[in-house]
Design a protein around this ligand. Structure first.
Ligand code: ZN
Length: 438
């Protein structure tokens, strides 16, 4: 069969949390994003991409590379631990937890080479040049933990990239003007990706940028600081586009995993669950798990029975949920039947959906609901929530200029990327329709 697209190499930039309205309403928002604007006018772009449930980074990124929903790929949450009393909870960093073939698996099976920088759930992946996203959760600043990244990268690759980046590298002496860069891990990630692209010429490059997500959590999705981060992201995208255009065979895809909604109230379901006796307090005051597990995900909160609950446990949980509903923090309760239809976590007993303006934290300390201290933006809610749409733009040979894709599904991305690379789409477990970009 003749290849649909003449392109044979692909750069994918995931700008974490980026909402499509940054390129749909750039003028109104006063955004200086020349690269994103030019990508939209010369490429194919989505009005909105429906994310997954929960609409969080790790489940969504696993969908981006597999084309299936969390229930099938097995990454249900950012956390790999269901125990909220655990001090430093590990995340779902390792690719071995993905139950189905990924794009990098298909690339390798087809004799193509891949590279990754900061891609979620890619530690230990079959990526030829891999600098995955991973850190020691016990450390205060994960983005400064380069030792753990180095240890889980392709052998010697992290050291090689550091040497090539010189003054940008962590630990290198910084001028005062560079201090701000320490706050922005994207500069380093983008330069690392450029180095891998130019040094090793992989067929597939996956890059994950995180600064917008960081700022949007802290300041809110459309705050001045967050929009400044969008402009910085646009700059990094421009750098990638420059190198993409050096070779006439490259497609550049810029996308995201979910959007963002503004919040001002911090709700703590664990306060109520503890109060109703669903956790035990030890003599030293520390907390211990009984039968209940929980994962906070901003706009949603998943509850698990880790052992068969006693009737009394069930009554306590029901009472806790009634209290949370009365507090105004809960919009709805997503039960097991609905979780199945959403392709979400098969192990959760239920997921609490946050009411507008609220997010769920992992606080055990009262009050149940308070004014938000740290966060002004969140995600994790049902993917149908307005504001939580993700972004998608593609530009390259065979992609129609100015094409509008309308509203698409996150699961359609992986088969589309496989087709752009000329890989056999059938190896993926996905049933989603690849997008027609031509
Ligand atoms: Zn994200």
């Amino acid at each position: 069969m003749k290849a649909r697209y003449p392109s044979s190499r692909l750069i994918v930039v995931s700008a974490d949390g980026l909402r499509p309205d940054v390129y749909l309403r750039a003028n109104e928002l006063g955004l200086k994003i020349p690269n994103l604007r030019r990508l939209v006018s010369t490429g194919a772009s989505a009005q909105a991409v429906t994310s997954v449930y929960p609409s969080t980074t790790y489940p969504a990124h696993a969908t981006l590379v597999t084309g299936v929903l969390p229930r099938e790929h097995g990454i249900y949450s950012h956390l790999a631990s269901l125990d909220p009393t655990e001090k430093a909870r590990p995340w779902s960093w390792f690719a071995r937890a993905i139950n189905v073939p990924t794009l990098w698996d298909v690339a390798r099976a087809s004799g193509r080479r891949s590279a990754g920088v900061g891609w979620p759930v890619s530690a230990g992946a079959a990526i030829d040049y891999n600098l995955p996203e991973i850190w020691n959760p016990a450390l205060p600043d994960p983005h400064q933990d380069f030792e753990t990244v180095a240890r889980h990268s392709t052998p010697h690759l992290f050291e090689q990239v550091l040497k090539a980046l010189g003054p940008l590298a962590p630990g290198a002496p910084k001028r005062p003007s560079q201090a701000a860069q320490a706050l922005n891990p994207d500069r380093l990630r983008a330069e690392g990706a450029l180095f891998l692209w130019q040094r090793y010429s992989p067929d597939l490059l996956l890059l994950h940028l995180v600064f917008y997500d960081h700022q949007a959590h802290h300041y809110g999705p459309l705050a001045r600081e967050s929009l400044a981060a969008v402009e910085q992201t646009d700059y990094e995208i421009g750098r990638m586009w420059d190198v993409a255009q050096e070779d006439g065979n490259v497609t550049l895809v810029v996308l995201s995993d979910h959007g963002f909604v503004p919040v001002s109230r911090d709700a703590a379901p664990l306060v109520v669950l503890l109060d109703e006796g669903l956790f035990t307090k030890k003599a030293d005051g520390s907390l211990e798990l009984k039968r209940l597990g929980a994962i906070h995900a901003g706009g949603s909160f998943a509850i698990y029975w880790l052992e068969e609950p006693k009737p009394d446990d069930r009554r306590r949980l029901e009472k806790a949920i009634r209290r949370l509903e009365a507090s105004g923090a809960v919009a709805e309760i997503v039960d097991r039947g609905r979780l199945e239809r959403l392709g979400a976590d098969p192990d959760a007993e239920l997921i609490l959906e946050a009411a507008p303006d609220h997010y769920f934290s992992d606080r055990f300390r009262a009050p149940e609901v308070r004014e938000a201290v740290e966060d002004r933006g969140t995600h994790g809610n049902l993917p149908s929530t307005p504001g939580l749409e993700a972004a998608f733009i593609a530009v390259g040979p065979g992609v129609a200029a100015g094409k509008k894709l309308g509203r698409i599904e996150l699961a359609q991305v992986a088969p589309t990327l496989a087709r752009l690379l000329g890989l056999p789409v059938g190896i993926l477990a996905s049933n989603a329709e690849p997008l027609d970009l031509s």
